[in-house]
Ligand binder design. Structure first.
Ligand code: SF4
Length: 270
């Protein structure tokens, strides 16, 4: 089982924050990708997204790059404790932060020198472009998702996954399916995306094939599924094909139960 259990409360803003509730029924799915997400809906707690403050969400996502939630959460808490005051705009406070102090504050997240530089750069960018974290929040929530995405990608240290997470968790935008390492691996193993598809191609396929209201749940539930069943080195079907609840929907690309071998789908023979 995962050591990162579901939170007891809905950590997002729920329907009040712009999230949309969805029905999950594999029997009525129009595509295989939707059937997979519907089955995840039967396996895991369903929740809606949106409502988080956009700049806080951006900082949270930068902290989580290349590390686990377990390591990045204390860094996030320590950062907010030190830099987020009632009468202080978080972007303003971080833009003026001493880099070495910020690095020390977030040290539990790993790569803290690089991340502290990115966070300060991002805070400066938010102040320059929008004037405050609150104005940035309004931009993320009100502008067209494609425009928000394009703008976020201009910032050094912000990649497509970070941009999509901000759109999803802050903006509550339907139709945004961020692709991290789990999502990238699993949908290629399933045979839903081509074996050599890059992150952007997998995202385009999922956003095309999964209804908008189910994309946010699909993202987080796929990550949980990747930790519990379809892990990088030892997918559940390797020893026992019956052990995976997704087996009947899966092509198992790069997984060879006869030999116990697992390769990246891009390296699997056709
Ligand atoms: S059947 Fe195997 S490869 Fe397919 S999703 Fe399940 S664990 Fe992953």
């Amino acid at each position: 089982m995962s050591d990162d259990p579901e939170p007891a409360v809905n950590i997002s803003g729920g329907t009040a924050g712009g999230g949309v509730a969805a029905e999950f029924d594999p029997a009525t799915a129009d595509t295989r990708a939707e059937a997979v997400v519907d089955r995840l809906g039967e396996l895991y707690w369903q929740k809606t997204y949106g409502g988080q403050d956009a700049f806080t969400c951006l900082v949270r996502t930068i902290l989580s790059q290349n590390t686990s939630d377990k390591a990045s959460q204390p860094a996030h808490d320590a950062l907010l404790e030190r830099y987020d005051g009632d009468d202080l705009d978080l972007a303003e406070s971080l833009a003026h932060a001493e880099q070495s102090t910020l690095a020390e504050t977030i040290s539990s997240a790993g790569l803290y020198n690089q991340k502290s530089e990115t966070i300060i750069d991002t805070a400066e960018w938010v102040l320059e472009e929008f004037g405050s974290a609150a104005a940035f929040d309004t931009f993320v929530k009100d502008e067209a998702p494609a425009a928000v995405r394009e703008t976020l990608l201009e910032v050094r240290g912000v990649g497509p996954k970070t941009a999509d997470c901000v759109l999803l968790f802050a903006g509550g935008r339907g139709g945004v399916f961020p692709v991290d390492t789990h999502v990238h691996r699993i949908y290629r193993r399933l045979g839903i995306a081509p074996p050599d598809a890059d992150h952007e191609t997998v995202r385009e396929i999922l956003e095309r094939d999964v209804p908008a209201a189910k994309c946010g749940f699909g993202h987080t539930a796929t990550i949980q599924f990747g930790r519990e069943y379809c892990t990088a080195r030892k997918p559940a079907c390797l020893d026992d094909p019956e052990a995976c609840p997704m087996a009947d929907l899966c092509d198992q690309v790069g997984v060879y139960s006869e030999t116990g071998e697992v390769v990246d789908p891009a390296d699997a023979p056709e």
